[in-house]
Design a protein around this ligand. Structure first.
Ligand code: GLN
Length: 487
């Protein structure tokens, strides 16, 4: 296996054993990311080779001197372009922020740097994280490394494609309604959305603040645990960051959960679920039974409403969050001369793409007087019921499992003219965000045509440690996570 196909854990071991230097690793990924980029287009901003190499040399020098090194020393990590990076352009894949260079790092980025990681480019995404295919980027469409005629999922499609396509061993994404788990599933890698409050949102450009979470993409569960150790934890700059201690996830990740009870919600296996996806997910559940787990039939009776609730709450919050981009306070300003209102509307009309405009209009509508009770406030009530369904279910089981997505990766362009069809691809992922619970997607098979399939695992708040152990049980018994696409 070449360097670029290795996991972060393996790359750390190679460095510790003196078999590879941080510089060799950096050079291997720089070469691979450049060579594969014309096909995959994972990056919004390619890694800065000079900066990457300088940082790698500094890590090697520190190691040679016997200085203490961080958990991720010398490991390249690509970062979704929605997270602020000090001195590095951060666009949200929007024309609105085309020239925005943040003066500070997002908390998660800061943590990665402290742990010795090498920030390795900014990845492409759906504009302002709104989408499920990365086709809503204002710049270019990212491709799925398993089949470049297909989408990588979204909105963190660039981060998923970069890891799946071995352009970087790890990456950061964000998940508001599935934007880490869905692309992880479609690209055949591991992706985790932590509990709301587990990872600070400081420096994350807000989409829907009550739903947004930052999380990792990795080739396997062990690497995911490693990234979680680095980025989780309290940060007083995010008022919703929770002061809960962060377990040493990597230390326990190989401990199986005894007497594991898996809730299998009937609502996750209904109409619209592709037969091949269902077969792989059911086979994974069988594998868990072989490992000693008990499957429990459960119901999440309000989950059929989750998608509708999400597409009211998320746009409502987005319409308010995105109000700051008016060409005066923040963002692109039109060159056309006019009064204040004309400048606002021209700037926003030019700066925001069609999907972002659609969300702002939807969000403004559901919050407007006369409609707020009927839509927004009603949605909040149903959101509470979605959460209660999980509370009830977790009284009888440790985790809930089902498919991450209803289908494998779809063709680029297939759903771009039909926003509703695209929204439907989030049907299994949004309830996790509405409830604030942690969730992850792990690879559990391939379709006959060679497209990856994801298994979704959901847990109780702040039970990431258990969730990772449960995920690792299956991974240790299977080899899906060892597969790499031919790019
Ligand atoms: N696909 C969903 C949306 O478009 C989720 C996006 C996300 O999680 N950022 O809203």
């Amino acid at each position: 296996m070449s360097l670029i196909e290795k996991t972060a854990t393996e790359l750390l071991a190679l460095q510790a054993e003196g078999k590879a230097s941080a510089l060799e690793i950096a050079d291997a990924f720089l070469a691979a990311s450049a060579a594969r980029e014309p096909k995959l287009k994972s990056f919004m901003l390619a890694p800065d080779a000079d900066a990457v190499r300088t940082r790698a040399k500094a890590i090697d020098a520190a190691r040679a001197k016997g200085e203490p090194l961080g958990k991720l020393a010398g490991v390249p990590v690509a970062v979704k372009d929605v997270l602020c990076t000090k001195g590095i352009r951060t666009t949200c894949s929007s024309k609105m922020l085309e020239n925005f260079v943040p003066p500070y790092d997002a908390h998660a980025v800061e943590r990665l740097k402290t742990e010795g990681a090498i920030i390795f480019g900014k990845t492409n995404m759906d504009e302002f994280a709104m989408g499920s295919s990365t086709e809503n980027s204002a710049y270019h469409t990212t491709r799925n490394p398993w089949d470049t005629t297909r989408v990588p999922g979204g909105s963190s499609g660039g981060s998923a494609a970069a890891v799946a396509g071995c352009q970087a061993p790890l990456s950061l994404g964000t998940d508001t309604g599935g934007s880490i788990r869905q692309p992880a599933a479609l690209c055949g890698i591991v992706g985790m959305k932590p509990t709301y409050g587990r990872v600070s949102r400081y420096g994350l450009i807000a989409f829907a603040s009550s739903l947004d979470q930052v999380g990792p993409f990795a080739h396997d569960v062990t690497d995911c645990a490693l990234m979680m150790e680095a980025i989780a934890g309290h940060d007083k700059r995010d008022s919703t960051s929770v002061n809960e201690s962060v377990p040493a996830y990597t230390r326990t990740v190989n401990d199986p959960v005894k007497g594991l009870r898996i809730g299998v919600p009937k609502e996750f296996f209904g109409q619209g679920l592709d037969a091949e996806v269902e077969a792989s997910v059911r086979a994974a559940l069988k594998e868990y039974e072989k490992l000693g787990a008990t499957l429990v039939d459960v119901s999440l009776p309000h989950s059929p409403y989750a998608l509708a609730v999400y597409y009211i709450v998320a746009p409502a919050e987005a319409s308010s969050n995105l109000a700051r981009f008016d060409g005066m306070h923040y963002g692109h300003r039109t060159a056309t001369k006019g009064d204040l209102i004309a400048t606002y509307s021209k700037s926003r009309g030019e700066g925001f793409g069609p999907e972002v405009q659609r969300r702002i209009i939807l969000g403004t509508y559901v919050l407007s007087s006369g409609y707020k009770d009927a839509y927004y406030l009603k949605a909040l009530k149903v959101r509470r019921l979605v959460k209660k369904d999980f509370d009830d279910t977790f009284a009888t089981c440790d985790v809930v499992m089902g498919p991450t997505t209803p289908t494998a990766a779809f063709k680029a362009g297939e759903k771009s003219d039909d926003p509703l069809a695209l929204y439907l691809s989030d049907v299994y992922t949004v309830s996790c965000n509405l409830a604030g619970i942690p969730g992850l997607s792990i690879p559990c098979g391939f379709t006959k045509t060679g497209l990856p399939i994801g298994l979704q695992l959901l847990g109780t708040p702040f039970a990431e440690e258990k969730l990772l152990r449960v995920a690792r049980m299956y991974e240790a018994a299977t080899d899906w996570h060892t597969k790499r696409p031919v790019v």
